[in-house]
Design a protein around this ligand. Structure first.
Ligand code: DGL
Length: 280
């Protein structure tokens, strides 16, 4: 056991959550809902987003820098709230850390393997996540019989960031992307990118009610609670009301981040601080 874990009050330390930008806020939002006593330090890499079109080497380098920054903030656990970073950098991060770390891919894959009835699962995500085949690998580990079909949907991220959550343009693009998945008769669809829960109603409508949508953000918050409980790290003390439990950092465009965050979080963000992530 590390010295830090033995430190008094360590369970009251914050959880570090990071993403390439705003998408991971859907994961932070679920953590706020499901384990409201937890403090959060969030980092959004807004200077270097998107991660979805970059190489494994680059994403691993970025993720390691962010983990160093979060460790400096004395976090007790880290949630990699980005599918692309979870797909490419988890092993490297796990090797480096002596605190619990959780990605979004494994929890999503686990639930999909459990809920599919016909053994046909679809996954949508960034080019990186789909290319890595990480969801397929995890699902097949749990049940080799399940057929997994991936589809990269690169236009969804900019549409969500533009606020086109309920818009005919998004409907049209979603219908094109999802056509091949509908044809292949999947009964479960993993929303394998942190932005996608924000267009969940559009995706659900196009896939039809027979298809179960799996939101890894929800499953990750649930697993985080289990993990913290098992490690005796669950924060049992309320840390005051509302947004003073949450701190936000970005690598660029703090104002824009703040506006987006305030549109999806229950608690208004008082400030998002810009840091130079290249220093880490
Ligand atoms: N947050 C990223 C993910 O979940 C999507 C945005 C990006 O490409 O950076 O994969």
């Amino acid at each position: 056991m590390s010295l830090r874990k033995e430190k008094e009050g360590w369970s009251e330390a914050p959880v570090g959550v990071f993403d390439s930008g705003v998408g991971g806020l859907t994961v932070a939002r679920e953590i706020m809902r499901q384990i409201p006593n937890e403090r959060i330090v969030y980092f959004g890499d807004t200077a270097r987003v998107p991660y979805g079109s970059k190489s494994k080497e680059t994403i691993t380098k970025y993720s390691r820098q962010i983990v160093h920054f979060l460790q400096e903030q004395q976090v007790k656990a880290i949630v990699v709230a980005c599918n692309t970073a979870s797909a490419y950098a988890m092993e490297e991060i796990e090797r480096e850390l002596d605190i619990p770390v959780l990605g979004v891919v494994k929890p999503g894959a686990k639930v999909a393997a459990e809920v599919t009835r016909n053994g046909r699962v679809g996954v949508i995500g960034t080019e990186g996540t789909i290319k890595s085949q990480i969801y397929t690998t995890y699902i097949k580990e749990m049940n080799p019989e399940i057929v997994v079909q991936g589809k990269a949907c690169p236009l969804f991220v900019p549409l969500v960031e533009e606020g086109f959550w309920k818009d005919p343009v998004t409907d049209e693009i979603a219908a094109r992307y999802l056509g091949s998945l509908i044809d292949s008769d999947i009964d479960t669809l993993i929303l394998g990118c942190t932005h996608y829960p924000l267009i969940r109603s559009t995706l659900g409508r196009i896939m039809g009610e027979k298809v179960t949508l799996v939101n890894p953000a929800y499953e990750t918050a649930r697993e985080l609670k289990e993990l913290l409980t098992a490690e005796n790290l669950l924060n049992k003390k309320g840390q005051g009301l509302g947004n003073n439990r949450y701190r936000f950092y970005v690598s660029d465009m703090a104002d824009k981040f703040q506006i987006f965050a305030n549109s999806i979080l229950k608690y208004g963000i008082l400030s998002a601080r810009k840091i130079n992530i290249e220093d880490y």
